[in-house]
Write a new protein. Structure first.
Length: 492
């Protein structure tokens, strides 16, 4: 980080053995923040520019330097700042969301030491793969000293300096105010609870105790057809080595579920809804806990070593189905230690060291699977069938990677899938099981895949897709035309 450091020193005085002129520049940041120093000599004149520490990248400082630092955030709109939103967190520190210099920021007003501590925490959390606001830096401005007492006839003043924690909002991260307009339908609530549960589990697996988990401290990222919960306040975060203890996990989980009740009441009042309206129920708290516990259990699950491919494939498909029921989609999974083709995948794969396979999950919004298949296979698969087809593609990639001893990458796996399964299956269905619509075609396509894997399990061998397709067609020969999309009960 390229930092801009502006330091305005107090006039030369000696207090309690400290030469403020000579020792002040060599004191630590915490000493600056906590040391009770005398009132600056008014004859020296107040500094025209109140900022004396601006620990932010120079590119950001270009847009931030013109903001009214030293003025309470509550009053910034009166000084020409157009905020995206202004709110106060549970710690009562004001937070202002704004755009400056073409960049979006969240600026939190706090003490100098707390500002630096929170930025440091964000940096460490992101290094550990946790989803948080992007830390930019911290800014400290001169404030009016506060009388702290008297020592040896000298009146002491506590620093009145103000610290600002500056973080960056990603393009599609919604300000916290959107929570008060969030459509609390059952489907939308489950998307939200699933995302928050995954965020909290990722923090815990990374050795982070949040201390103040609540919807008030969560932002929503809607990029890439997902719904991702973003940690927006790290003031109370405590970082330990290794995974978090059970006691601290429970403390965070209980704190979040308890916060749902008062947060829902705040939202109800803000919307002017009647007292009989219950936006959040005990069922929501139970669903959140089920998501956390279920996702944690699935991450601990290991594949049976030494099993044949078709057995492991069925295990993978069932595991993905369980994750789907919890509200999660599976983006990737690889064996631990695999050389990854895409380096960015590493930060998104979360697992404990004891687990042999790494799974990347996410709370996906409608359309994610359709877009991915369009990208990889060049076809638009109907929404109703896209998730299952993508999961078969994931399993195929896993098999290829296991045989190659390294991650082959999704583009290569999709190309191989298209040549060996996708194109032959579509051609076979068109020739021998003619159907009239795309939905039925892909329903049949998936049914043949499932039927073929069931045959492989029964017979203890890998059944070629053509043989599975013929067996499927013979088995359904008595079914009226157009019914081939039924699901094989042996798989489900």
């Amino acid at each position: 980080m390229v930092a801009v450091a502006i330091t305005v020193l107090a006039p030369c005085r000696s207090l309690a053995g400290i030469d403020l002129e000579n020792d002040w520049p060599h004191m630590s940041f915490d000493q600056h923040s906590l040391f009770a120093r005398p009132v600056p000599d008014k004859s020296a004149g107040a500094p025209a520019f109140p900022v004396y520490i601006a620990n932010v990248p120079s590119a950001d400082w270009l847009g931030l330097s013109s903001l009214p630092w030293g003025v309470s955030l509550d009053e910034w709109p009166e000084h020409g700042v157009q905020p995206l939103i202004l709110r106060r967190g549970e710690s009562r520190h004001p937070v202002l969301f704004l755009e400056s210099g073409g960049r979006r920021y969240a600026i939190k007003e706090t003490s100098p030491a707390s500002a630096r501590q929170e930025i440091t925490a964000f940096q460490e959390l992101r290094r550990r793969g946790c989803c948080t606001l992007e830390p930019v830096g911290y800014i400290v401005v001169h404030g009016e000293p506060v009388v702290a007492g008297e020592v040896a006839g000298h009146v002491l003043y506590e620093s009145g300096d103000i610290g600002y924690c500056v973080t960056r909002l990603a393009e599609r991260v919604l300000p916290q105010s959107v929570l008060y307009r969030y459509p609390f339908t059952e489907v939308n609530k489950r998307l939200l609870w699933s995302a928050v549960a995954e965020l909290l589990l990722n923090l815990h697996e990374a050795g982070v105790y949040w201390g103040d988990p609540s919807l008030a401290n969560v932002l929503i990222d809607l990029s890439d057809y997902r719904l991702t919960a973003v940690m927006a306040d790290a003031e109370t975060a405590k970082i330990v080595g290794g995974a978090l203890s059970e006691g601290l996990r429970e403390s965070d989980l209980e704190a979040f579920t308890e916060s749902l009740e008062w947060q829902a009441e705040d939202i109800r009042l803000a919307r002017g809804l009647s007292a009989e309206t219950h936006l959040v129920t005990q069922g929501d708290a139970a669903y959140f806990r089920r998501c956390y516990d279920g996702l944690r259990t699935e991450r601990k699950h290991t594949l049976a070593a030494g099993e044949q491919d078709h057995v492991q494939v069925l295990d993978l498909l069932r595991r993905m189905s369980r994750l789907n029921l919890l509200g999660y989609g599976v983006l990737q999974f690889v064996r631990r230690g695999t050389n990854l083709v895409h380096s960015e995948l590493e930060s998104g794969l979360v697992s404990t060291e004891a687990v042999a396979h790494l799974w990347q999950t996410a709370t996906l919004r409608p359309g994610w699977y359709v877009r991915r298949l369009q990208e990889y296979l060049g076809v638009r698969v109907p929404h109703a069938y896209a998730r299952r087809l993508y999961q078969h593609l994931l399993v195929h990639k896993w098999l290829l990677s296991e045989r190659a001893g390294q991650d082959v990458g999704m583009p290569a796996a999709a190309s191989d899938w298209s040549r060996r399964y996708h194109e032959p299956l579509l051609a076979w269905i068109a020739a021998y099981l003619p159907v009239t619509d795309t939905g039925t075609t892909y329903g049949t396509y998936l049914a043949i895949l499932d039927h073929t894997w069931a045959m492989s399990r029964r017979e203890g061998r890998e059944v070629p897709i053509e043989e599975g397709a013929v067996d499927y067609a013979l088995g359904f020969a008595h079914v009226p035309k157009g019914s081939f999309a039924e699901v094989d009960p042996e798989i489900d």
